[in-house]
Design a protein around this ligand. Structure first.
Ligand code: 13P
Length: 260
């Protein structure tokens, strides 16, 4: 069975000292594990170096990620951070297309695609988020919404590029609400996304592509979610800020892999 991936998205939380404490605490708790699960920490950009410092140590149990990148290569773009800069700091993963960025910062599929290409050109794994709103689900449009998000971004990639991309399905109605998609709902959509990848890139790519679930995934429901055949792991918001809960989610991923 392929290993699972658990990614912590801290969003815009924690001051510097708290960020240091959170990383150290997760690091300490993971010390005695021999993890099959890949763990990625995505703090706010300003703390990226904290995570890369830890992640670069030989015995590190996690990878460094961030939550955003500029769509531009370099130059006069005040306030932006380029993929090249992130690569030069050994950042390995970057979340793009998160629904919060789509909603508050106008991130369209076209922008998501530009960001993805910048990341791929710099050997950083894009974790591309997709997902529908509650209204779209109620109207029965959730498959169409996700298909469009996939078609307008991933379908333009070459197979070589696609090999290095991860997908996270995050239904907007489940983010930060405490309302998780049922394991059946998560499985249904992830199987659908995998079928879209298969249609464009073939069966092997569909099998190999990591597709994660995100949205109120926590210490209690992670095991059942991760046990679904198409769920390759989780993109964790709130629960990634609490070291004990985050470790329990990682343990859930480990349990599923070891039981199979
Ligand atoms: P919550 O886990 O807080 O619902 O957030 C999910 C998310 O948006 C992760 O990117």
């Amino acid at each position: 069975m392929k290993s699972k991936i658990v990614i912590g998205n801290w969003k815009m939380n924690k001051d510097f000292e708290e960020a240091e404490d959170l990383i150290s605490s997760i690091e300490e708790k993971l010390e005695n594990y021999n993890l099959a699960t890949e763990v990625v920490l995505c703090p706010p950009m300003v703390y990226a170096e904290l995570v890369t410092d830890h992640a670069s140590q030989d015995d590190s149990q996690f990878y460094a990620g961030v939550q955003n990148v500029s769509e531009y290569e370099n130059g006069a773009y005040t306030g932006e951070v380029s993929a090249e800069m992130l690569a030069s700091m050994d950042v390995s993963f970057c979340i793009i297309g998160h629904s919060e960025r789509r909603k508050y910062f106008g991130e369209t599929n076209a922008i998501v695609l530009k960001k993805m290409l910048r990341l791929l050109a710099n050997d950083i794994v894009p974790v591309m988020c997709c997902g529908e709103s509650l209204d779209e689900r109620k109207a029965g449009k959730h498959f169409d919404v996700v298909r469009q998000q996939i078609e307008e971004t991933l379908y333009t990639l070459t197979p070589e590029q696609m090999e290095n991309v991860m997908i996270a399905y995050e239904p907007i109605w489940a983010i930060g609400t405490g309302e998780t998609a049922t394991p059946a709902q998560a499985q249904e959509m992830l199987a659908y996304i995998r079928s879209l990848i298969e249609k464009k890139f073939g069966t092997q790519m569909a099998v190999d592509t990591y597709i994660l679930y995100g949205g109120s995934c926590n210490a209690k429901n992670a095991l059942e979610l991760f046990s679904q055949p198409d769920v390759d792991g989780g993109l964790i918001g709130g629960a990634s800020l609490k070291p004990d809960d985050f470790i329990k989610i990682i343990e859930a991923a480990e349990t599923v892999v070891k039981d199979n």
